[in-house]
Design a protein around this ligand. Structure first.
Ligand code: ADP
Length: 646
């Protein structure tokens, strides 16, 4: 904006008076006054230097003093131009007519805590002006305000302008301050710019305006500037609207981010537990937090009869809770929600006809509005209803209902998961229990089997004694009768029958013994070896098993065909062998300490012989045993080739 002057010469007058050169246009008009405070705005340094050199050059030529408080670059540019005008810059400086000063250095002398200190300023420039006062007039060019402005220290710049004005009350000088237009390129600086203008008696616009020499052109420019200003104002208004819209979107986004954070929070909490009770409490807590209320109920479908069972609640007294402990389909907001599988919103229980029958209860419980959302799983099954209540009438915002729907969906899935987990857990426990029972049953069966073996062994032993006697006596009798010849043919037949049947009985008893002691392989197992020696091996092992275990505890002998060899295992559940003695067991005369302790007689050569025979047959013998548990001797012998294949 162009400011009218306080010295009688308006900008308009200046324009009318102007002819010729651009920079001199205004300055020339203003310098006709003795004092004044001019603000020169500029867009390029080029323009500033031209304007400045003409302002200072004209002064020096006219016998006036010139004080230039500028940057080093501007001072150099100015002096170069003054010399081009044919001025003796060095002479003028020497005579004190031209006083160049560094703007930064000058500022440093009176700035205190980012602000110009009035007394120091007045003292400093009062003296300098007094020195120059012997010349016809004093012109000052100052750039210190521009430096403060460039630093963003607008207050200090304005204060300094004020100090210059104050100094003009006591000293005569013409002052020109220069501001680059780039220092005012944001909308926020509109008011400070007006303040700067207000501090100056004359304001000279930057070159894009002052370059125009004809008044007509200048009017055109003003009109164009006015139009631009209007356009800019419209643009600013549009920007403002966009900024408002943007802010609204930002607010909405912030709300959404907050909602997402809550959702995330809830899902983190929910995933950290599979306990149904905790899941339900967490779901209700999160729903209440988002609605900003403390009243709520969470009910799940009753597995036995159609209806809802209250599972968890918040903020209600026991009397009300008892009333809603079980809700039939269609009962109240949550019953209708359950029945119709859709959200039910009662904005004001005192008004809504749905709630007519429950108003007294609502008053008792202290709520005026209620909002029920069905909990429907991903699979489409309704599993319950989540209700939140408000102490005052309440219409849910779109955001609330949207969030409640998401919460309800998540809650339904989490509850379903927790239930499934619970179910799986129960099944696992049941299976584990079954396994334990199975183990027990097997152990029981094995024990019964062992008892059966024991019984058979004992029975066979008991039967064999009288049977052997019977058989011996019958044979003796038959032989004597044959020798003495006094039996009839019929008696002989009878005797043969007796002998045959006794022999048969003996075989049966032997078979019984075999069954109790041996488990025979299904396929024939043929070993190529010394029959007597191998019999001795088996005999030794069986004798030891019997000797070192307690009757009637059975022993088990198994013969199994394996790839390439036959395997004979003799196992007992007797006194066992200390583990650390196992490596020495097959040594000659070695006997374990525990058998010695228990005074079980023996020589300690049986196993040594076993090992010898088996090794000579190309086989191996191993023992596995633990003291007090029993022993297992395993003999492996190579199978006869032809027999295994045929
Ligand atoms: P003996 O039985 O005459 O002492 P063996 O050479 O047959 O001699 O056995 C050597 C030792 O091995 C035994 O003294 C005993 O300590 C141990 N032994 C062998 N078989 C068994 C077994 N079935 N149970 C416990 N110890 C055994």
């Amino acid at each position: 904006m162009i400011e009218a002057t306080n010295n009688g010469a308006s900008i308009l007058e200046m324009i009318h008076r102007s002819t010729g050169d651009l920079a001199t246009l205004h300055l020339a008009s203003i310098v006709s006054h003795d004092t004044g405070h001019i603000a020169q705005f500029y867009e390029t340094d080029e323009f500033l230097l031209k304007s400045l050199s003409e302002f200072i050059g004209a002064g020096l030529k006219g016998g006036e003093a010139a004080i230039v408080v500028a940057t080093r670059a501007h001072r150099a540019g100015l002096e170069e131009r003054l010399r081009e005008f044919g001025l003796d810059v060095a002479g003028a400086r020497a005579s004190g007519q031209y006083i160049p000063l560094d703007a930064t250095e000058m500022l440093a002398t009176f700035m205190v805590a980012e602000s110009p200190e009035p007394q120091s300023f007045a003292a400093l420039f009062g003296d300098i002006i007094a020195q120059a006062a012997r010349w016809r007039r004093v012109r000052i060019f100052g750039e210190m305000v521009a430096l403060l402005w460039a630093d963003g220290n607008y207050d200090a710049a304005l204060r300094l302008e004020g100090l210059w004005n104050k100094l003009q009350e006591t000293h005569n000088f013409l002052l020109c301050c220069a501001y680059p237009m780039r220092g005012f390129d944001t909308e926020a600086l509109t008011t400070p710019l007006a303040d700067v203008c207000a501090e100056h008696a004359h304001v000279i616009p930057a070159e894009s305006y002052t370059a125009l020499t004809s008044p007509i052109d200048r009017f055109r420019e003003i009109i164009q500037l006015q139009q631009k200003a209007r356009l800019l104002e419209a643009e600013i208004a549009e920007h403002q609207r966009t900024a408002d819209a943007f802010r609204a979107v930002k607010d909405e986004l912030e709300i959404q981010v907050e909602d997402l954070r809550r959702l995330h929070d809830m899902s983190v909490r929910l995933t950290s537990t599979l306990d149904i009770e905790s899941v339900l409490q967490e779901v209700l807590r999160a729903a209440l937090a988002v609605q900003g209320t403390s009243l709520g109920l969470l009910s799940l479908c009753d597995p036995v009869r159609d209806g809802l069972m209250l599972k968890t609640s918040s903020g209600f007294g026991q009397e009300f809770l008892n009333r809603v402990a079980w809700v039939p389909p269609g009962g109240g907001a949550c019953g209708i929600c359950y029945q119709q599988r859709r959200r039910i919103v009662i904005e004001d229980v005192e008004v809504d006809p749905i709630f007519e029958a429950y108003r007294a209860e609502a008053r008792l419980a202290g709520f005026r509005a209620c909002h029920s959302t069905p909990l429907i799983t991903r699979g489409g099954t309704i599993i319950g209803v989540l209700s939140v209540h408000f102490r005052l009438p309440h219409r849910p915002y779109e955001r609330e209902t949207r969030l409640m729907d998401i919460y309800a969906q998540m809650a339904a899935d989490f509850i379903e998961n927790a239930r499934l987990h619970h179910q799986v857990q129960q099944e696992l426990e049941a299976r584990e229990q079954l396994l334990v029972w199975e183990h027990r049953a097997r152990a029981e069966a094995e024990r019964a089997n062992r008892m059966k073996d024991q019984f058979l062994t004992v029975a066979a032993h008991e039967l064999r004694t009288p049977l052997t006697t019977l058989m011996g006596q019958a044979q003796l009798f038959q032989r004597r009768a044959e020798r003495e010849g006094h039996l009839t043919e019929r008696d002989h037949r009878t005797l043969r029958v007796i002998n045959d049947q006794v022999a048969r009985l003996n075989k049966l008893v032997l078979a019984l013994l075999d069954v109790s002691r041996l488990v025979c392989p299904d396929e024939p197992l043929v070993i190529d070896g010394d029959e007597l020696r191998l019999e001795q091996v088996v005999q030794n092992l069986i004798q030891n098993a019997l000797k070192y275990s307690w009757a009637p505890e059975p022993i088990r002998v198994t013969v199994t065909p394996q790839a390439g060899h036959g395997c004979v295992v003799v196992q007992d559940w007797g006194i066992g062998i200390p583990r650390d003695e196992l490596p020495n067991l097959f040594k000659r005369f070695y006997r374990a300490k525990n058998v010695e302790r228990q005074h079980i007689s023996g020589m300690g050569i049986g196993l040594c012989v076993v090992k010898e025979i088996i090794t000579l047959h190309g086989g191996t013998v191993e023992v596995d045993s633990a003291e007090g548990v029993g022993s297992t001797f395993t003999v492996r012998l190579p199978r006869a080739e032809d027999c295994t294949t045929g």
